[in-house]
Design a protein around this ligand. Sequence first.
Ligand code: GLN
Length: 192
Amino acid sequence: MKKQIGVLAVQGDFQEHMDALRRLKIDCIEIRKSSDLMGSGINGIILPGGESTAMGKLLHELEIFDELKRMIIEGLPVFGTCAGMILLAKTCVNDDRTYLGTMDIEVRRNGYGRQLGSFSEKGLVKEIGEVPMVFIRAPYIEKTSENVEILATSHGNIVAARQGNMLVTSFHPELTMDLKIHEFFVDVLCNA
Ligand code: GLN
């Protein structure tokens, strides 16, 4: 059956994720309000990079939050990049706010500070291979529980991880031409 992937489109770089999915010839829809989610039958969802505080607030205002959280807990595959990772984290060491809180990771917002705020490099992601990694005021993962698989590190910090139906990266594959991580999400997580 043909898969359809939703992309949360309330704030941030959702357009770049839509473009990446289209390049993979994957059917995708923007999720902007609760009715886009309910009864949508999507096979997975991407939470883009942007500003986690703004996105978290909009998820509530647009009444998407509860349904999205329920769907993720029930197994909907989800891929969070950067701010999307913060939305999924159970705790954030330097911010009291938590959002969906479905993934057993502890993150540090803007982990690289102002000096190294944005940079890119190549790095190895377990199960996927070498990919370009673009970091923009990125969070990283400080701690995980045992059921979280660490997929990549950079500067000694965890920057990609998976826990069952949830995949997160600190960096932005959607801002590069490399489609391997999107492909992994769609082929592996959304097929499980
Ligand atoms: N610094 C942003 C936040 O804390 C994340 C940055 C990004 O998504 N590029 O939400």
